[in-house]
Design a protein around this ligand. Structure first.
Ligand SMILES: C[S@@+](CC[C@H](N)C(=O)[O-])C[C@H]1O[C@@H](n2cnc3c(N)ncnc32)[C@H](O)[C@@H]1O
Length: 235
């Protein structure tokens, strides 16, 4: 999975990426700092690849076989999902606030021969607005924010969906804090239903699900983790 951190000797990072070997915030200030651009820049700059390079499974499950259009991937990281979408015929915008990640992602798209179908934007989702632009698919894979902050982000993403388009938001379920993989960011995990206040009930057909999958645990043994999945189709 794209969200699964490359093995680096000990531990497997997940979610926001501070896995069992990552820093545990000891104060509110430290927690907030983990979600700021410098922390992510440092993280990406610390190794040539943070993520696996494979597309995320819930994206593949939801989009395979769907007629391609224009897609926006937010928190696009090293670009695996953008590249996969482009390979399926989509024209894709990747958006992230890490310049290191964006440069790396653009280089990967070039290597994969899909650069012409991709574009990259540097922005902070907490202040970004789509303006007049709309996308047929807006996808957010494992972007998290502390203390319920994803609701505001999802509200913004909903504005970016074209009429009849789809919003797909995937994150780590709070139940996963006891897996030993996601303990450091319990304050940022969400259930799919936590996101519902972001969407006007009469404007969307919404499905929320918790989907299990098996990944290597902190000791290398398989561990079942849960993805919070929200699929909303604009009426
Ligand atoms: C857990 S990573 C997921 C990357 C990719 N979606 C994947 O699954 O491999 C979260 C990404 O969101 C980006 N990000 C975090 N906060 C952001 C913000 N406020 N605005 C824009 N990007 C942000 C980070 O730089 C990082 O690349």
């Amino acid at each position: 999975m794209s969200d699964q951190e490359q093995q680096s000797g000990h531990g497997h990072g997940h979610g926001h990426g501070h896995g069992s070997s990552g820093p545990q915030p000891e104060s509110e200030e430290e927690l907030q700092a983990l979600f700021e651009q410098p922390s992510w820049e440092e993280r990406y700059a610390s190794k040539p690849a943070v993520w696996s390079g494979n597309p995320n499974p819930q994206l593949v499950a939801e989009v395979t076989g769907v007629a391609p259009g224009r897609a926006l991937d937010i928190g696009s990281g090293e670009g695996a999902d953008v590249i996969w979408l482009a390979q399926q015929g989509w024209r894709v915008t990747g958006l992230d606030f890490s310049r290191v990640a964006l440069e790396r992602a653009a280089a990967h798209a070039e290597e994969a021969g899909v650069a012409a179908a991709t574009e990259w934007r540097h922005a902070d989702l907490r202040t970004w607005s789509p303006g007049e632009e709309r996308w047929d698919l807006v996808t957010s894979q494992f972007m998290h924010q502390p203390h319920g902050g994803m609701v505001g982000i999802v509200r913004t993403l909903a504005e970016a969906v074209a009429p009849g388009g789809t919003l797909l938001v995937v994150g780590h379920h709070p139940g996963d804090v006891d897996t030993g993989l996601r303990w450091s960011i319990g304050q940022a995990l969400f259930t799919p239903d936590d996101l519902l206040p972001a969407l006007h009930a009469d404007a969307w057909d919404v499905v929320t699900e918790v989907r299990e999958r098996t990944v290597p645990g902190p000791d290398g043994d398989p561990v079942v983790v849960r993805d919070s999945v929200l699929v909303a189709r604009a009426r």
